[in-house]
Design a protein around this ligand. Structure first.
Ligand code: IMP
Length: 435
């Protein structure tokens, strides 16, 4: 089954990095298809910690092709920094390929992101302030700067000037900022171009060649379904499409190239930034989940909002992504909590009941979760490696999710370590990573 998409099933930070890392071991090519350095994941390998924001974590496997697709927005300072750091630590980065068509985050995008948030005041989105939104906006306005533009100084200068022209008014407060000086920017970005040139490639073609040869390609999503620009909780979303369908656009393949869609969900729910979150626990229990789950943002260090698992939202994510399998992460965090609550429907204060995720934003803002209670489990499950090692209540919890969602739970995370996972079921998974 060569084409496998990995998507976040909630609001991001579900632990996609670890699952991608496990599946990547048997893949031939890993490609990111959207987002930018607003994402972040931590991989613990042989006791060493690696933090990535742009480069797919598959880079840790020698000889694997790791690509950054056309749908990703790249801050070249971040990317060259990650390459340098990996080299410094003795990791071979020769397998890194970056799409020539990927758009670049420019210094003015970062400034505009912050300025835009400040202007919104109490209505702010809570962005990561990495310039993601303004960069995608320029892409849609056809004022974007692409990686390939770094290879031609004349074109680069012309395009930067044209892109900055309509932004003069908003950029006025930064008029004296040396980063925004046209000459400095062109020189700096040309330098990035020289450093990235060996990695620039036609990444869509790399995908076609791999798929046509029946090799396994992993399409690695960032953020999560409910942060999707079209289908998430707009406007409290990111500016790209983290859902599975976007893998086709952001990598350059067709829908027929996708064979499996793995959704990654935590055993509970978290969200960073503003926006509706019906199952949020703004109490001691929420604090406990945050503390136990280490729920602080990898990118911005912000504390994450925590709550019970929301099956209404998860069912929506299953359908929207045509998910074929679910990986449930951080099950260990729920140990000792009794009962475990899962939201199975929403109720509007005026009485209406919603079994399906409501399309109307106002309803979502006021929706009250209705919970089903399941018996909790106790003890340290971090050493469990087979389904039958888990306490029966933990297995019941997973079975309840699987029944409710109508898809199998294939992988369960029971601790932060790479080996702290359980491959579910009797049948060996098609893609089994070595423990
Ligand atoms: P932006 O992507 O920086 O524009 O931020 C838009 C929204 O998406 C904010 O609520 C961010 O907190 C959220 N967001 C962006 N990237 C991530 C991520 O990787 N994990 C979780 N939330 C994210």
């Amino acid at each position: 089954m060569p084409g496998i998409v990995i998507v976040g099933a909630q609001w991001g930070d579900e632990g996609k990095g670890k699952v991608t890392d496990l599946l990547a071991e048997q893949a031939d090519l890993v490609i990111r298809f959207q987002g930018g350095n607003n994402a972040g994941h931590t991989i613990i390998r042989d006791g060493e910690t690696f933090k990535f924001h742009l480069i797919p974590s598959g880079i840790l496997y020698p000889g694997k092709i790791c690509a950054v697709g056309n749908g990703v927005v790249i801050d070249p300072a971040v990317m060259t920094g990650e390459i340098e750091e990996l080299r410094h630590r003795g990791i071979d980065v020769s397998g890194l390929r970056v799409s020539a068509n990927a758009h670049l985050i420019m210094p003015y995008h970062v400034k505009l992101d912050t300025a835009g948030e400040l202007k919104l005041g109490s209505l702010e989105i809570g962005t990561t302030r990495r310039g993601i939104g303004p960069c995608y906006a320029d892409k849609a306005s056809r004022l974007g700067i692409r990686l390939q533009d770094l290879l031609d100084a004349k074109i680069l200068r012309k395009k930067i000037r044209a892109a900055m022209e309509p932004k003069q008014q908003m950029l006025r407060p930064f008029a004296k900022d040396p980063e925004l000086d046209l000459h400095t920017m062109v020189e700096t970005y040309l330098t990035y171009g020289h450093r990235l040139e060996p990695h620039i490639a036609d990444t869509a073609r790399l995908c076609w060649e791999a798929l046509d040869a029946d090799h396994t390609v992993l399409f690695e999503g960032a953020q999560g379904t409910l942060l999707d620009l079209d289908h998430g909780t707009y406007p409290f979303v990111t500016s790209s499409n983290p859902i599975s369908g976007a893998a086709t656009i952001g990598a350059g393949v067709g829908p027929g190239d996708i064979d499996e869609v793995w959704g990654i969900a935590k055993a509970y729910a978290t969200r960073v930034g503003a926006g509706p979150f019906p199952t949020e626990l703004a109490d001691d229990l929420g604090d406990l989940l945050r503390e136990r789950g280490g729920e602080m943002g990898t990118t911005t260090g912000r504390p994450r909002r925590c709550g019970w698992l929301d099956l209404v939202a998860l069912r929506y994510a299953v359908r929207l992504n045509t998910m074929t399998a679910l990986a449930v992460t951080k099950l260990d965090v729920l140990s000792g909590l009794d009962p475990l609550r899962v939201c199975v429907r929403y109720r509007h204060p005026e009485g209406a009941v919603f079994d399906e995720f409501p399309y109307h934003q106002s309803i979502l803002h006021t929706a009250e979760p209705e919970y089903e209670e399941l018996p909790g489990f106790e003890g340290d499950i971090g050493e469990c490696r087979r389904e039958q090692d888990l306490p029966s209540e933990a297995r019941n919890y997973l079975a309840f999710l699987s029944d409710h969602l109508g898809i199998p739970v294939r992988l369960v995370g029971v601790g932060p370590g790479r080996d702290q996972v359980i491959w579910m079921g009797e049948e060996a998974p098609r893609l089994r990573a070595a423990a």
